[in-house]
Design a protein around this ligand. Sequence first.
Ligand SMILES: Nc1ncnc2c1ncn2[C@@H]1O[C@H](COP(=O)(O)OP(=O)(O)OP(=O)(O)O)[C@@H](O)[C@H]1O
Ligand SMILES: [Mg+2]
Length: 248
Amino acid sequence: MGLTPILKAVALSKTYGDGGVEVAALKEANIEVFEGEFIAIMGPSGSGKSTLLHLLGGLDYATGGRIFIRDIELTGLSDKRLTLVRRANVGFVFQFYNLLPTLTAEENVLVPMAIGGKPAPGWQDKLDGLFKLIELEGRRHHRPDQLSGGEQQRVAVARALITEPAIILADEPTGNLDRRHGREILELLKRSAAEMHQTIIMVTHDPGAAAYADRVIFLSDGAVVKELKLGGDDDIEAIITGLKELGD
Ligand SMILES: Nc1ncnc2c1ncn2[C@@H]1O[C@H](COP(=O)(O)OP(=O)(O)OP(=O)(O)O)[C@@H](O)[C@H]1O
Ligand SMILES: [Mg+2]
């Protein structure tokens, strides 16, 4: 694991709404993530986990504080610059896979590359490698509605990995999968991260999923309230205790 923070949030705040009802979803959160780390974000529903992920990935604007990807400050960038920085550095995996229904599995995986303009050299080999990794080599030409939920989620993971982003942001990537398929996704993410030296930040409600991480960051009511380093014998117990302390 590197000693350089690849991602840093300083007093990061997000308040939704203008005029009418305001919601302070994130309140001066400080977070530092090191290269190669696998971080789990946990906390009760509404505590600001998705908001944090969206801000860190440059999908939405902060209303206070600063975000850095390495030494690039995201906060204050124009829309256009932000999009470029995001494309060059970040891959997203969401709970609802957001696959395009009219495209095949293979075409879906290639979407981020197509958006980037010219396909990167060696893309065909990379595509083959990814389909091997997600074990769907025989399903490359199926459309999403011809795939199971777990298979669709694996395609979504491959889509996040095709550009080999340094940072993978995953919002409940195993949220609606059964245990076995959920574990497959986590293994897949972990293997890819190890092979490509990627950093993962994953939101999850599941202590078993969080136990795959190196560190758990707990959010409550928009604030970082606790951090837990994993790697012991009783990680899951410690995670469950941490959640209980938050009243989750
Ligand atoms: N676009 C929005 N406009 C207004 N309020 C929002 C918006 N998105 C989220 N919120 C509010 O911000 C708070 C944090 O929401 P967020 O989605 O980050 O929570 P979460 O921790 O991801 O919850 P969950 O576990 O249910 O996914 C909630 O109170 C939510 O209602
Ligand atoms: Mg959420």
